[in-house]
Design a protein around this ligand. Structure first.
Ligand code: FES
Length: 99
C-alpha cells in the first residue's frame, strides 16, 4: 500500500525559491517526504498536529497574504509558494539544494 493518497499528476510548488513537482491530493508534509524519501521519515514528526515541528509559512496561488500552517494538516495545491520552513523541516529538505 502506498503512503501517498491516490494522485493522477504532480503539481508545481515553490519551496524557498526552489521549484519542485509533488503529488496532488497529498498533505504538504507527505509531499516533503516525496522529495526527501531517505531523510524525512527519520525526522521527529508526529504527523498528528501535535509536535508543531512541521510548521510552514506559505502563500496560495494568486494570493498576497502569507499564512502559517502545519504541513501535516495542509493539502498541497498547484502554485503554492512556501516561504518558511520550521528547523526540523529545513534539516531534511535543505540538503536537496546543497548538493
Ligand atoms: S508533524 Fe507534528 S504537528 Fe505536524
Amino acid at each position: 500500500m502506498s503512503i501517498y493518497r491516490p494522485f493522477q499528476k504532480l503539481v508545481s510548488i515553490t519551496i524557498l525559491g526552489h521549484a519542485v513537482d509533488v503529488p496532488e491530493n497529498n498533505l504538504v508534509l507527505r509531499c516533503f517526504q516525496f522529495l526527501a524519501p531517505d531523510s524525512l521519515p527519520y525526522g521527529s514528526f508526529c504527523w498528528n498536529e501535535q509536535c508543531q515541528l512541521c510548521r510552514i509559512r506559505y502563500r496560495s496561488l494568486g494570493e498576497g497574504t502569507e499564512r502559517q500552517a502545519l504541513s501535516c494538516k495542509l493539502l498541497v495545491a498547484e502554485g503554492m509558494v512556501i516561504t518558511q520552513l520550521a528547523p526540523e523541516l529545513r534539516l531534511h529538505l535543505m540538503p536537496l539544494w546543497e548538493r
